[in-house]
Design a protein around this ligand. Structure first.
Ligand SMILES: Nc1ncnc2c1ncn2[C@@H]1O[C@H](COP(=O)(O)OP(=O)(O)OP(=O)(O)O)[C@@H](O)[C@H]1O
Ligand SMILES: Cc1ncc(COP(=O)(O)O)c(N)n1
Length: 264
């Protein structure tokens, strides 16, 4: 059985975080396990509150999953603070977790902080070197590179710089740029572009979470990184194209669960 682990925050609204990741794993027929870092009170309008779990308890969840079930691939999302980043890094090393996808979540689409500002350095120094793939959006790439990234050329330059930090595959996502939705992958040798037509749909809550979970799911299934990204890109494109209003704000993308459909 293919297995993937998500280490992320809970979104009570069901659109992002752990919930998006587990829906993605299920739709891609990968057995999903979860380690919750923080519980958010959240809906389609924004984040009303966050309650971070003690790092020690995040560690206990990691021990529970990794000592028994294991994971062919793992992803991280919201990590909340430096204490949690440190315990995740330690356990990834202890259990030799392979195929780690890091979605360096910092701020929700609604503008709410999901990672303490003072933890950004810990993310860069302690966790990034353990990643196989990192998937920053434009804002996250700007923070990690230390300057504004606003064009495709700058995305390529940022991908090269992040690769120099020791990440084998850097995927800078261009979802927030105008025009086609193009993501740039740098693997230390060549630059590859993954492009899809831009969809005119405001219901894009959880796109980043879903993309990184889909990459982890396809890695767990044994695909190479470029192949996993190509498949994940197709998955997120379809998921955005089928997204509907749920609640009054930005609705979640639609997960293509194999055994049921929306109904009415
Ligand atoms: N309107 C759109 N049409 C097509 N693809 C899109 C659109 N918006 C985002 N994408 C794609 O969705 C994926 C996620 O990209 P995005 O830049 O939105 O990530 P993100 O900002 O981390 O997401 P989130 O806002 O959920 O944290 C990328 O592959 C991106 O190209
Ligand atoms: C628990 C959690 N994790 C991640 C996101 C980012 O997703 P988005 O940028 O689509 O709000 C979120 N809103 N909540």
């Amino acid at each position: 059985m293919h297995k993937a682990l998500t280490i992320a925050g809970s979104d009570s609204g069901g659109g992002a975080g752990i919930q998006a990741d587990l829906k993605t794993f299920a739709a891609l027929k990968v057995y999903g396990t979860s380690v919750i870092t923080s519980v958010t009170a959240q809906n389609t309008l924004g984040v009303q509150g966050t309650f971070d779990l003690p790092p020690e308890f995040v560690g206990r969840q990691l021990d529970a999953v990794l000592s028994d079930i294991g994971a062919g691939a793992a992803k991280t999302g919201m990590l909340a603070n430096a204490g949690i980043i440190e315990v995740v890094a330690a356990k990834v090393k202890e259990y030799g977790v392979k195929n780690l996808v890091i979605d360096p979540v910092m701020v929700a689409k609604s503008g709410d902080l999901l990672l303490a500002r003072e933890a950004r350095q810990a993310l860069k120094e302690k966790l990034l070197p353990l990643a196989l793939v990192v998937t920053p959006n434009l804002d996250e790439a700007s923070v990690l590179a230390g300057r504004e990234i606003t064009s495709e050329d700058e995305m390529v330059a940022a991908a090269r710089e992040l690769h120099d930090l020791g990440v084998p595959y850097v995927l800078v996502k261009g979802g927030h740029l105008a025009g086609a939705a193009t993501d740039i992958l740098f693997d230390g040798r060549e630059v590859r572009r993954f492009t899809a037509p831009r969809l005119d749909n405001r219901h894009t809550h959880g796109t980043g979470c879903t993309l990184s979970a889909a990459i982890a799911a396809f890695l767990a299934r044994g695909l190479t990184v470029p192949a996993a990204i190509a498949e994940a890109k197709e998955y997120i494109h379809t998921a955005i194209s089928q997204a509907r209003a749920v609640g009054q704000g930005y609705g979640p993308v639609h997960h293509l669960a194999p055994y049921y459909s929306w109904g009415d």
